[in-house]
Design a protein around this ligand. Structure first.
Ligand SMILES: [Cu+2]
Length: 466
């Protein structure tokens, strides 16, 4: 610090006090924070000194899509769920302006877990629709922190999407990496069940029971999959800033096919290495880093796995580049495994069926039989899977003699067969269906997917059994 003669100091002090009506002179340069929407992260901070950082964030209530065909009224910071990513440096003085859009029905505020002070700023930032509140804080502790709305009923504001991440970089900065991304998990509670179409209102009773309909990354099912996937190239280093807004569930965060080289446990200073799955508490965060060594699609999940495959907690990282066969070979062979003494297994399924009276009814009932018994192997449209499951669509094998299909279901089928000039040599288990179900499912298949039509009766199936 420069030494200033005492008289000049008093003079200067009085002048600044007069001009800014503050008691302390801030020597810091002022800059405006760069905010980003998920999954992007603002650029690394490359100053070696503190600054005064001005942040302007807006709360808004707006309709968005939570899943295909399902709408939800999200409450957001910066029009996204999670809200804008905020990046500052340890020692920065932050001047925070929170504006609540005039169209809002609710007041909102912000509790930043990076704040040292009552409510994390909640009371100071309580803002009615059409108003802006201002407060300041100093970022004393480095780390990755959740921020969220804390207006009553707090759970409801969080459940509607009011959370995001603020990164306070340590004074020395973070090690440079090739890619940085922003992912936050959240659980949602709707009047309708998962996937029920239309505008779905928030369900307070389910939220209290912690009975989530949706568990998603970045605000919706599929927000970060397929064409919206995160991307990287083989050999690059990836850093994910991962948060969990909750309101209720704890995340068992995992990337299928990757091992975290480093986890900044709970977003703090503690670094763990070679981690498969890291816990991210509701209202918490973690930084995970890994090098992507091989190409492919890597799936980010909450490893409470029904949440991933049945409630939406699934995102993708697509890695492009050369195969690295020393590290991962891909499938090298697929041979039939028939240990000695093994017979075709029978899948037991002996529920009583409703009798179909017409061919149309047979087709309709047969579709249900198909979906719960055959689809897993022969696929949704009977297209099969190359070199594993033959197609039922346009199957010359089946159309030539539908009763051979009946035989396959009754007794199972193994050994080489030819379907549309392709040889399959695999095993279909006996299905343990009753005669009606078999008649219906074959009739369903015969009358779909380009097959030649026809009908198989219960009596024909019974005769085949003998
Ligand atoms: Cu709120």
């Amino acid at each position: 610090m420069k030494v200033i003669p005492i008289t000049r100091f008093i003079c200067l002090f009085a002048l600044i006090g007069f001009l800014s009506n503050s008691t302390q002179a801030s020597e810091l340069k002022t800059e405006k924070a760069i905010l980003t929407a998920p999954p992007m992260v603002p650029p690394a901070i490359n100053r070696d000194h503190s600054a005064k950082v001005v942040i302007k964030l807006e709360t808004k209530e707006q309709i968005g899509s939570i899943a295909d065909g399902v709408d939800y009224v999200f409450w957001s910071f910066g029009e996204t769920v999670p809200g804008s990513f905020i990046r500052v440096r340890e020692g920065d003085e932050i001047e925070f302006h929170l504006s609540n859009h005039p169209s809002s029905k609710m007041p909102h505020n912000i509790d930043l877990h990076a704040v040292t002070g009552p409510g994390g700023g909640a009371e100071s930032s309580f803002t009615a629709p059409g108003h802006t509140s201002t407060f300041s804080f100093k970022a004393l502790n480095p780390g990755l922190y959740i921020y969220h709305c804390a207006t009553a009923p707090v759970g409801m504001h969080i459940a509607n999407g009011m959370y995001g991440l603020i990164l306070v970089e340590p004074e020395g900065g973070l090690k440079p990496v090739d890619r940085e991304y922003y992912v936050v998990q959240g659980d949602f509670y709707t009047k309708g069940e998962f996937g029920e179409a239309g505008l779905q209102p928030f369900d307070m009773a389910k939220a209290i029971d912690e009975d989530a309909d949706y568990v998603v990354f970045n605000g919706s099912v599929g927000s970060t999959t397929n064409e919206n996937a995160l991307t990287a190239k083989v050999g690059e280093t990836v850093r994910l800033y991962v948060g969990n807004g909750g309101p209720n569930l704890v995340s068992s965060f995992h990337v299928i096919g990757e091992i975290f080289d480093t986890v900044y446990v709970e977003g703090g200073d503690l670094k763990n290495h070679n981690v498969q799955t890291t816990l991210i508490p509701a209202g918490g965060a973690a930084i995970v880093e890994f090098k992507v060594d091989v190409p492919g699609t890597f799936i980010l999940v909450d490893h409470s796995i029904f949440r991933a495959f049945n409630k939406g907690a699934l995102a993708m990282l697509k890695v492009e580049g050369e195969e690295q066969e020393k590290i991962f070979s891909g499938k090298q062979a697929d041979n039939v495994y028939l240990p000695e003494g093994s017979a075709i297994q029978s899948l037991d399924n002996t529920h009583t069926a409703v009798t179909a009276k017409t061919k149309d009814e047979q087709v309709r009932f047969g579709q249900r039989v198909y979906e719960s018994n055959c689809m897993a192997c022969h696929q949704a449209n009977g297209q099969g899977i190359p070199s594993a499951f033959p197609p039922l669509a346009k199957s010359d094998y089946l159309n030539a003699n539908p009763l051979l299909g009946v035989d396959a279901i009754i007794k199972g089928l193994s050994g080489p067969i030819k379907v549309n000039n392709v040889t399959y040599n695999s095993v279909m288990p006996a299905m343990g269906l009753n005669d009606q179900d078999i008649a219906n499912v074959i009739t369903f298949v015969l009358n779909n997917w380009g097959n030649e039509g026809g009908q198989v009766s219960t009596e024909q199936v019974a005769a085949r059994r003998k």
